[in-house]
Design a binder for this molecule. Structure first.
Ligand code: GDP
Ligand code: MG
Length: 173
């Protein structure tokens, strides 16, 4: 079975751990320790083919003690989930910056990436309109998903999309 390393990145508090744990364990954790970086493993069948995902839930870019540590995380990843919160427009800035750092470290823009707006269940707290997402998606040419780890909305789609991209980018020898 082919194995793919995935790195989950984004600002603190946007819901990286909630998203990751919903995907790997199918539960919603309300208060995950924000300082813990952890790697999870989950098998995933897409298009009739089983693969294994190694998902690294990082502790937020501002938690990386050195730029070097961030580089190591970026180098280890074959695919990236860039996370922002739909309830916090400012968290999109971190996605923009991470996207550029990934391209720089990979030396290419041909990198499997999915952008995820979290907490879509918090409708009355929403700050990022659909129009902003549409214009960024076309400018960046990246797939966007709106998810809720709490309600389990569109979580699997994120990882299925990323796995399809990784299979194309890294074909079997
Ligand atoms: P991280 O720092 O990016 O790992 O963020 P966490 O996963 O720890 O989540 C930060 C806060 O947002 C926690 O209080 C979570 O309960 C909350 N949260 C995360 N995802 C969701 C969601 O889909 N819906 C709601 N309502 N709250 C969420
Ligand atoms: Mg976390």
């Amino acid at each position: 079975m082919r194995q793919f390393n995935v790195v989950v990145l984004g600002a603190g508090g946007v819901g990286k751990s909630a998203l990751t744990v919903r995907f790997v364990r199918d539960v919603f954790v309300e208060n995950y320790d924000p300082t813990i970086e952890e790697q999870y493993h989950r098998p995933l069948t897409v298009d009739g083919e089983l693969s294994s995902l190694e998902v690294l839930d990082t502790a937020g870019a501002e938690q990386f003690t050195s730029l070097n540590e961030l580089s190591t995380a970026l180098q280890s990843g074959r695919g990236f989930v860039l996370v922002f919160s739909l309830t916090q427009e400012a968290s999109l800035k971190e996605v923009e910056s991470l996207r550029k750092q990934i391209f720089r470290i990979k030396g290419s823009e041909n990198v499997p990436i999915v952008v995820v707006g979290t907490k879509s269940d918090l409708v009355s707290e929403r700050e990022v309109p659909a129009t902003t997402i549409e214009s960024l998606a076309s400018r960046w040419n990246l797939p966007f998903y709106e998810t809720s780890a709490k309600r389990n909305w569109h979580i699997n789609e994120v990882f299925e999309d990323l796995l399809r991209q990784m299979r194309v980018r890294y074909p079997p020898d």
